[in-house]
Write a protein that binds this ligand. Structure first.
Ligand code: NAD
Length: 487
């Protein structure tokens, strides 16, 4: 039962140069609520011509210096003001995200929007702390470095945490003085557009932040190949990332890529099993498994397997699947029909490969919406498709292991390297395994922890570059050495 009023959302235009404009195509597409399978509103279908206009607006503002040369403290203050406005309108943002992405309202508000605001404030504080250095020179020279913005940043984002993952790019890029054109995911454009609205309200100069909605293959690709864009910051699937790298090559753009994962979540027999069961459940079923760092491969030490599986299955079967607007819901619908079918395809593949479903595998009895029950496979091995490919849905593959060496070998046996976790009470073992895992993040006795201060990014085919932390500023700045002859 829906317990909250759902606001009406009107037709959305593109946000270019501080104005709301119709797309050059004159066309629109629908954004669908995955909980009802109904259209929320129509969205402007931007294409290469709109990207041209947005890049021109961003370029004009950057070159004009209105933002890049604004006193850094003032820039920081404006970003802070933006965060205040977002906080005051957090309910609106949360509702839009829930309608668009199908996540429980409390998660939209207390996780995604709260973290988005934290990230914005964190980088607002950095605006006047981005500095160069004075260098010890080799003689009669005075040498120093300037850390400068790159120019126009093109940001392309996915649909699983639409606002938060956009903010990981927006906040450091703008704090450093860049301007931006954002192409949000086709399935979830609403919060990016709302953010454009509050940029106007906060008095962010026109052209600093632009939003062009539209398909990845046209609008996204135009941004990637545009000669007026200095950098592409992308989050999405590994295959798309490969295409983006190729597309950006002709203009030698700087790129950073946050891609997919198949993260190992490793439970040793000497761990606190109850905590590990909770961590494993959150690790895969939070946001219906639509999490790049989902603990989708669960390795359990053989000695603890029976006890662990029994407790895990009990817990998973208690997860309430349903309407994201209902307070009791822990898992909303999968993002789209296409994604639901993809995930179901993986469930079939797991069965065909001989793995056994011990929870879920089917759909709940709900009339409308792309719902799927949380699914757990037992009897899998690390070679199976369900252990090697990113499913990006509520499907957990459990795999037994013998000892430390065995689990390090299996855990690292993947093309990905985004995140990982270790559950043990043995401190020495925790550190040893943390060092041996080839992943950008290792959690010990916890899962899915994030903070604006802690860098996040991938090893191997999970991408490169680190978002969050002070490291993200490196993605949006470049260093110039200045030599002054003192002789
Ligand atoms: P996707 O790659 O299909 O789409 C991501 C974005 O790229 C969308 O805005 C899309 O429109 C755009 N796009 C698609 N084709 C394009 C093209 N040819 N040129 C330019 N842009 C194009 O990914 P998705 O399905 O939206 O998101 C899920 C994927 O994102 C998963 O693989 C997940 O692991 C990954 N992800 C990674 C992280 C991370 O931080 N590493 C975080 C979240 C999601």
């Amino acid at each position: 039962m829906t317990s909250v009023a759902v606001p009406a959302v009107k037709h959305q235009k593109l946000f270019i140069g501080g104005e709301w404009v119709e797309p050059s195509t004159g066309e629109s597409f629908q954004t669908i609520n995955p909980a009802t399978e109904e259209s929320i509103t129509d969205i402007a279908k931007g294409d290469a011509r709109d990207i041209d206009l947005a890049v021109a607006a961003a370029r004009k503002t950057f070159d004009g210096g209105k933002w890049s040369e604004m006193p850094a403290s003032k820039r920081g203050k404006l970003l802070w003001k933006l965060a205040d406005i977002m906080e005051a309108r957090i309910d609106e943002f949360s509702m839009l995200e829930t309608l668009d992405a199908g996540k429980p309202l409390a998660e939209s508000k207390h996780v995604e929007m709260k973290q988005s605001i934290d990230v914005l404030r964190y980088y607002a504080g950095f605006a006047n702390k981005i500095t160069g250095e004075t260098l010890p020179s080799n003689g009669g020279n005075f040498v120093y470095t300037l850390r400068e913005p790159l120019g126009v940043v093109g940001a392309i984002t996915p649909w699983n945490f639409p606002m938060l993952l956009a903010m990981w790019k927006i906040a450091p890029a703008l704090a450093a003085g860049n301007t931006m054109v954002l192409k949000p995911a086709t399935w979830t454009p609403l919060t990016a557009l709302k953010f454009g609205e509050i940029c106007q309200e906060a008095g962010i100069p026109a052209g600093v932040f632009n939003v062009v909605t539209g398909p990845g293959s046209t609008a996204g690709n135009a941004l990637v190949t545009h000669p007026g864009v200095d950098k592409i910051s992308f989050t999405g699937a590994t295959d798309t990332g490969i295409g983006i790298m190729k597309g950006a090559a002709d203009t030698l753009k700087k790129i950073s890529l946050e891609l997919g994962g198949k993260s190992p979540n490793i439970v040793f027999a000497d761990s606190d099993i109850d905590s590990a069961v909770k961590g494993a459940t959150v690790g895969i079923f939070y946001n219906k498994g639509e999490v790049c760092c989902a603990g989708s491969r669960l390795f359990i030490e053989e000695a603890a397997k029976d006890e662990f599986m029994e407790k895990l299955i009990k817990r998973v079967n208690k997860l309430t699947v349903g309407d994201p607007l209902d307070e009791k819901t822990r898992m909303g619908p999968v993002i789209s029909k296409a994604q639901l079918e993809t995930v179901q395809g993986y469930i079939e593949s797991g069965k065909q490969d001989g793995a056994k479903i011990v929870a879920g595998g089917d759909r709940p009895d709900i009339d409308k919406g792309y719902y799927l029950n949380p699914t757990v496979f037992d009897g899998a091995n690390n070679k199976m498709k369900i252990a090697q490919e990113e499913i990006f849905g509520p499907v957990l593959t459990t795999i037994p292991f013998k000892d430390v060496d065995d689990v390090i070998r299996q855990g690292n046996d993947t093309i990905y390297g985004l995140a990982s976790a270790v559950w043990t009470k043995d401190l020495k073992k925790a550190h040893q395994v943390a060092r041996a895992l080839k992943a950008g993040t290792v959690w010990v006795n916890t899962y899915n922890q994030f903070d604006c201060t802690a860098p996040f990014g991938g090893y191997k085919q999970s991408g490169y570059g680190r978002e969050l932390g002070k490291e993200a500023l490196d993605l949006y700045t470049q260093v110039k050495s200045v030599w002054i002859n003192l002789q």
